[in-house]
Design a protein around this ligand. Structure first.
Ligand SMILES: [Zn+2]
Length: 329
C-alpha cells in the first residue's frame, strides 16, 4: 500500500525535525569541570579574615546547592596574617567540609617562568603543609596541581623537568580550557563593592557574564578546529567576592550553552588531555592554545577583553595603589 502523499510529507517533516532535535541534543551535551584558584581568596592580602570567611561560605553555599563539583587550588602563604591564621585555615577547611577538593597552586603563587626550577619546586613543596594536614583526617591526598599564571616553563627542558617533579610527588597537572579572566573583573568589583557603588557593580557583572559567554563560544569553536570535537572542558575561576556573589549566574550561562557539571577527574579522562603539547613561552595560556600552537595553528579571533575594565583597573592602581599585590618577600 502506498503512503498517501500528504501523510508521507508529514512523516518526512517529522523525521527531519526529530533528527534535527536529536543532532542538537547530542551537540548540546557539553561537559565542564569547574576549578577555582588562589584560595583562600585572590585578594586575601587586602581582606580581613572575616570577609574571607563570608565570601567562602557564600561561594561554597551556591556551589553545593547547585551540586557543582569543584577543586580549589591553594596558596598557603595567604594563610599567614598575624592574628588571623586560625580563621584563615578554617576558611580553607570549609572547602572540605562542604564536600569539595583542594589542590596545590604553590605556596606564594610563584611563576615557573620567573623564579627558576629549583625555587619553584621548593614553592610546590612548601605549598603542601597545611593542606596535607587538613586532608589527612579525611584520608584524602593532594593530587592536583595548577601552575600559577598558567606558566608551564619558558623552555622544553624546564617544562619537562617540572612535570616529572610533579608526577614524582603524586600530582596530576590540572590544565584549563575555558578562561574569561574573571580575576580582572573581580579586582574592579571588589573596589566598587567597598565603595557601595552598586551601579558599577552591576555594570561589571553584566560585562563579566557577557565576556565569559563570548569566551565559551570562541573556545567551543577552537576546540573543534584543534581537537576535532568539544572535549570535556575545564573552567578557570578565582576565589573572590565577584564569584561569591555571582557564580550562580555564570553557571546559568554555561547551562544555557548546554553544559552539565562534572568532576575534574572525569574531565581529565578525556583523551584530549593527552594530545601532543610542546608549548613553551613567556606567557602562560590555556591548553586549547597549547594544542593549537603545537599543531602549528595560530589561534585567532579570541574575544577582546573589555577595554574599560582594563582602563578602570589601571586608574585605580594609580589613584589608590591597591590593585597590585605587595611585592613578594
Ligand atoms: Zn592563580
Amino acid at each position: 500500500m502506498k503512503t498517501p502523499p500528504r501523510l508521507y510529507a508529514v512523516v518526512v517533516a517529522l523525521s527531519f525535525f526529530l533528527s534535527v532535535a536529536d543532532a542538537q541534543s547530542t551537540k548540546l551535551d557539553r561537559q565542564v569541570a569547574v576549578t577555582i584558584d588562589d584560595l583562600p581568596a585572590g585578594m586575601a592580602d587586602r581582606l580581613p579574615a572575616s570577609a574571607i570567611t563570608a565570601l567562602t561560605a557564600k561561594l561554597l553555599g551556591t556551589l553545593r546547592d547547585q551540586k557543582i563539583p569543584v577543586v580549589g587550588f591553594v596558596n598557603e602563604k595567604k594563610l599567614y596574617k598575624t592574628g588571623e591564621v586560625d580563621e584563615r585555615i578554617k576558611a580553607l577547611q570549609m572547602w572540605l567540609d562542604y564536600g569539595f577538593e583542594l589542590g596545590n597552586h604553590t605556596y606564594s603563587h610563584a611563576s615557573l617562568n620567573q623564579v627558576g626550577l629549583k625555587a619553584w619546586e621548593e614553592e610546590v613543596i612548601r605549598g603542601e603543609s597545611v593542606t596535607n594536614l587538613l586532608l589527612a583526617p579525611r584520608k584524602m591526598k593532594l593530587r592536583y596541581f595548577r601552575h600559577p599564571y598558567l606558566d608551564t616553563g619558558r623552555d622544553l627542558l624546564t617544562r619537562s623537568q617540572a612535570e616529572a617533579f610533579l608526577v614524582e610527588r603524586g600530582y596530576r597537572i590540572a590544565p584549563i580550557t575555558l578562561d574569561g579572566w574573571d580575576w580582572m573583573f573581580a579586582g574592579l568589583y571588589e573596589d566598587a563593592k567597598k565603595r557601595n557603588d552598586t551601579a558599577l557593580q552591576q555594570q561589571i557583572v553584566k560585562e563579566y557574564l557577557a565576556h565569559h559567554d563570548a569566551v565559551f563560544a570562541y573556545s567551543e569553536q577552537l576546540s573543534v578546529k584543534v581537537v576535532g570535537y568539544e572535549p570535556k572542558q575545564i573552567l578557570l575561576l578565582h576565589a573572590s567576592n565577584l564569584e561569591a556573589d555571582h557564580i550562580g549566574e555564570l553557571m546559568d550561562v554555561l547551562r544555557k550553552r548546554g553544559y552539565r557539571f562534572i568532576t575534574l577527574e572525569d574531565a581529565l579522562g578525556d583523551t584530549a588531555y593527552s594530545l601532543p603539547d610542546d608549548y613553551v613561552g613567556e606567557e602562560g595560556t590555556g591548553w586549547l592554545d597549547h594544542w593549537a600552537i603545537t599543531q602549528g595553528k595560530i589561534p585567532q579571533g579570541a574575544p577582546v577583553f573589555p577595554q574599560w575594565v582594563i582602563d578602570r583597573t589601571k586608574e585605580l592602581h594609580l589613584s589608590t595603589g591597591t590593585v597590585t599585590a605587595p611585592p613578594p618577600d
